[in-house]
Design a protein around this ligand. Structure first.
Ligand code: ZN
Length: 221
């Protein structure tokens, strides 16, 4: 069984004579480009239609030289996490600090005892909000890009150089209880993002980014 090797740029089939597996090079004679054979094989199995993203993912071109790919971090756990956090924070913080305000009497010991509950509220509250309405986006304009993780306009924004991205790949990150997949940009600096997003959305985003990366002529020449 031999999969067809298709040039990502001009869609011409690359004959096996023009493939050198040992040096990982596939040459398209039609457009004179060298490609990584290993990546073409991988990409041909994950060819995507950018106009037909799965639910919770999106892609749009912003001509002339830009685009945005995004995924929602929305997940079913929000139905549990959001009410749970409201109740948990309400009871713990209300009990610890609310009563002090109500009595007009401040206790240092009890207030210090409450600090882990504040941190817990911030941490898990953030996770709850992300699971309800968060997103991860990659926005590229020319050579520059922004990675965003957050809710609406609020979140973590990382600037990176799209031109200097040498590889777009799927990597794994090890959580406390599980292994989850994320997308990695290699280059002068490495960027990891979209960890733990459901795999359908993650794979769409990965394929979209790879496609745009090839189109903007990052050929492994
Ligand atoms: Zn070609």
């Amino acid at each position: 069984m031999q999969a067809k090797i298709i040039c990502p740029s001009c869609r011409t089939e690359i004959p096996l004579d023009d493939v050198n597996v040992s040096t990982d090079v596939a040459l398209c004679r039609h457009c004179g480009q060298n490609w990584s054979y290993a990546e073409l094989i991988q990409d041909n199995t994950t060819e995507i239609d950018l106009l037909n993203p799965p639910k919770g993912a999106w892609f749009r071109d912003t001509p002339p030289r830009g685009f945005q790919a995004g995924v929602s971090t929305r997940s079913a756990i929000a139905f549990f996490l959001v009410p749970f956090m409201c109740v948990w924070s309400g009871i713990s913080l209300g009990g610890i600090y609310g009563t002090q305000f109500a009595r007009g009497h401040f206790s240092l010991g009890i207030s210090l005892f409450g600090i882990p509950f504040i941190l817990g509220t911030l941490l898990f509250g953030g996770a709850a909000v992300m699971s309800a309405c968060g997103k991860v986006t990659v926005t590229v304009e020319g050579d520059d890009g922004i990675l965003f993780t957050g809710v609406g306009p609020i979140g973590l924004r990382r600037r990176f150089s799209w031109r200097n991205v040498t590889k777009v790949r799927l990597t794994e990150t090890y959580g406390r209880r599980s292994v989850c997949q994320q997308i990695t940009f290699d280059g002068l600096k490495q960027y990891n993002f979209a960890g733990g997003i459901n795999s359908e959305r993650l794979n769409f985003m990965l394929a979209a980014l790879r496609k745009k990366w090839r189109e903007t002529n990052h050929s492994p020449a």
